[in-house]
Design a protein around this ligand. Structure first.
Ligand code: HEC
Length: 295
């Protein structure tokens, strides 16, 4: 694989976060990437570090013998794709594979065509289970789940390069703050003259679909809602390809928009107040850490 992108690039240019600016987002839902600031590594308040103890020198996968076979080696090779071709595939594929399955299949099928193995043998359709926030539970939007799988497979293990986490967290953040769906397919199956757009302010399927059905008045079972989710999957697939294309060229330099484990000391999405109301609790403070100003 010919990635010209080094972890150092990311740490010095991008994988840092301006604490003061960040805090305005907590409890509300601040401007997302808009409030990320660039700092040098030395000034970094929140370099992205993955939590399970891996270091840069770790082997590719893990210390577990039973996960380290030849077949489990990753990352897999990447070559630049046309985001529009992938988005069109994702839109059509949604009607067969659901949101998560179609994001993965649209990207990996293009790579199977251009690169061949190991993509050809990858059972992309198995991810149909992501539909409806995994088996209809309305948890993480399947398209984001699919994006995370594709990114991790291609960019590599977070234990050796946190770019996987950086790109994924930024796509989650972008999803939450964007007026969706953005992508318009060539042959939409519904909402042909216009479509209602909403900002989910959450990566959860339930919140994302819920805001849209409320704003549009169409029930979840309607052709309009299905078209909306198919367009959303196409939008996410487009964004993933666009991002991977930048990354492979060494041009991915986004700052960290949100990384809760180091910002609020536990995993969380940003809109604390939506669930907690006005009194957002604080988790126990880890040793040697301080609460960010204003939080
Ligand atoms: C999607 C809903 C949701 C969001 C968003 C959310 N939380 Fe929570 N949080 C919960 C639930 C549910 C619990 C468990 C509460 C319980 O059992 O009392 C919890 C528990 C916690 C706890 C531990 C319980 C306590 O009282 O000490 C802390 C701390 C906390 N959340 C902080 C946050 C912060 C900070 C944010 C935003 C950065 C956040 N949460 C966002 C739903 C949410």
């Amino acid at each position: 694989m010919d990635a010209k992108f080094s972890r150092r690039d990311i740490l010095t240019k991008a994988a840092v976060f301006g604490a003061g600016a960040a805090i305005g987002g907590i409890g509300g839902f601040g401007g997302g990437a808009a409030y990320a600031e660039e700092k040098t590594a030395a000034e970094a308040d929140y370099p992205v570090q993955y939590g399970h103890g891996g270091t840069q020198d770790d082997q590719l996968t893990s210390n577990l013998e039973w996960t380290s076979g030849e077949a489990n080696k990753w990352p897999w090779p990447y070559t630049k794709l046309d985001p529009e071709i992938v988005a069109e595939k994702a839109y059509e594929g949604w009607y067969e594979l659901g949101c998560g399955g179609t994001v993965i299949a649209s990207i990996l099928s293009e790579l199977a065509e251009k690169i061949g193995e190991p993509y050809k043998s990858f059972p992309t359709e198995s991810f149909v289970i992501f539909e409806g926030g995994v088996a209809g539970w309305g948890t993480l939007c399947g398209s984001l789940n699919g994006a995370a799988v594709a990114i991790s497979l291609i960019v590599g293990p977070p234990t050796i390069d946190e770019t996987t986490v950086l790109i994924t967290t930024n796509i989650m953040d972008w999803y939450c703050h964007s007026n969706m769906p953005i992508y318009t397919p060539k042959n939409p199956r519904a909402n042909k003259t216009s479509i209602v757009h909403t900002v989910s302010e959450s990566p959860l399927c339930h919140a994302s679909v819920g805001k849209w059905v409320k704003a549009s008045g169409f029930p979840s079972s309607s052709a309009e809602r299905k078209d909306r989710c198919a367009r959303l999957s196409a939008t996410v697939a487009y964004k993933v390809v666009e991002t991977l294309n930048q990354w492979i060229d060494g041009e991915y330099n986004e700052g960290v928009s949100w990384f809760a484990p180091q910002m609020v000391f536990m995993p969380a999405q940003q809109n604390c107040a939506k669930c907690h109301g006005e009194k957002v609790p604080r988790p126990p403070l880890p040793e040697g850490k301080e609460w960010p100003k204003g939080y």
